[in-house]
Design a binder for this molecule. Structure first.
Ligand SMILES: [Zn+2]
Length: 344
């Protein structure tokens, strides 16, 4: 089993200072992969900068110029949450290009699966707006690129970041070639991702939102994966699976209120990998979104690679949630989602 990873120090040039989304996140992941000797089991994939034309698969050219100009002026705040520096434009081009290269490596059969360890993250960025720490929508760009380059009819995006990927949903809301499935905490930032948002026109039913109440842990996530994600993905029968992998649903994460453990991540990734093996020759591309507790992030990304490599020993040094929230009841929610999407 060959698993690739994309990383480059260019991603550290997106300098956000004391912001929670900072360069220490990638440094923590890489150093943990080195310390545990997992990195040597992975195939490095060298990123490149995405071209303007590639970024423009998702974003307006005027917006791309705005980000470029902002970097030339030394950066600054783009909205209340999102900050950039002089190096951010270059890092953002390489982040999108990194996911493109990961998708190419998988589609060309150089690796079985790949994980792009990039920043800035992407899933909140809309066609003309930076938000939620995101500048360009890396995974949406790579999905559009792969659909065009390889002549695919059906690509799946699974987004398990604790926040709803509003930018990704927007990018494919009327596109029947892409099934977008998101689990996210609700009510929560950015406020989108209700179950009634299902896509428009020919793409009605192609957006599947699973808004979960705060406090959900491994059991609740596994339940929605088994009862909603698996059947809806099998019905769609994708030719490529892309994953917006955010780790801010870990119980130790300070930004959200979920209770997922590293073991829970490994189980979710195992289900996704099982779907890829069953439906599309294992073609699976991960891209890093959120995750702000450095230890939880590093061990959970490693657990993800372990699953991709077929390793069975998953280390979970942080263990189960110490938050002690009572697990919420999600039976009615699951029933409603199944009904809206016509699932048995
Ligand atoms: Zn997030």
């Amino acid at each position: 089993m060959k698993a690739g990873f994309v990383y480059d120090p260019v991603y550290l040039k997106h300098d956000t200072g004391q912001h929670v989304e900072n360069a220490e996140r990638l440094k923590a992941i890489i150093s943990h992969l080195e310390q545990t000797r997992l990195k040597q089991q992975l195939t490095p994939i060298v990123p490149r900068a995405a071209s303007i034309e590639e970024i423009a698969l998702v974003h307006h050219k005027q917006y791309i110029s705005h980000i470029q100009d902002a970097a030339q002026r030394g950066g600054g705040w783009l909205d209340a949450d999102t900050v950039m520096s002089s190096g951010s434009y270059e890092a953002a081009l390489y982040a999108a290009g990194g996911v493109i290269k990961a998708a190419e490596a998988v589609m060309d059969g150089e690796v079985d699966s790949a994980f792009a360890l990039v920043r800035p993250p992407g899933h909140h960025a809309t066609s003309q707006r930076a938000m939620g720490f995101c500048l360009f929508n890396n995974l949406a760009i790579a999905a559009k690129y792969a659909l065009a380059k390889y002549g695919l009819d059906r690509a799946l995006i699974i987004d398990f970041d604790v926040h709803h990927g509003n930018g990704t949903q927007d990018a494919f809301y009327d596109n029947p070639q892409v099934l977008y499935v998101s689990t996210h905490e609700s009510p929560f930032y950015p406020g989108t991702g209700k179950i009634e948002e299902t896509g428009s026109g020919a793409a009605r039913g192609m957006t599947v939102n699973i808004p979960l109440p705060a406090g959900c842990g491994d059991a609740e996530y596994l339940r929605v994966f088994e009862q909603v994600v698996v059947p809806v993905v099998r019905r769609f029968n994708p030719q490529l699976i892309l994953v917006s992998a955010g780790y801010d649903l870990h119980w130790a994460d300070g930004l959200a209120l979920m209770q997922v453990s590293t073991t829970g991540f490994s189980q979710m990734v195992g289900i996704i990998k099982g779907l890829a093996d069953e439906l599309c020759s294992g073609r699976l591309v991960f891209s890093l979104e959120g995750g702000y507790n450095l230890t939880a992030l590093a061990v959970s990304v490693k657990a993800t690679f372990d699953v991709l490599l077929g390793n069975h020993d998953i280390e979970d040094p942080l263990g189960q949630s110490q938050r002690g929230f009572e697990a919420p009841s999600i039976g009615n929610l699951v029933r409603s989602i199944k009904e809206i999407h016509g699932l048995p």
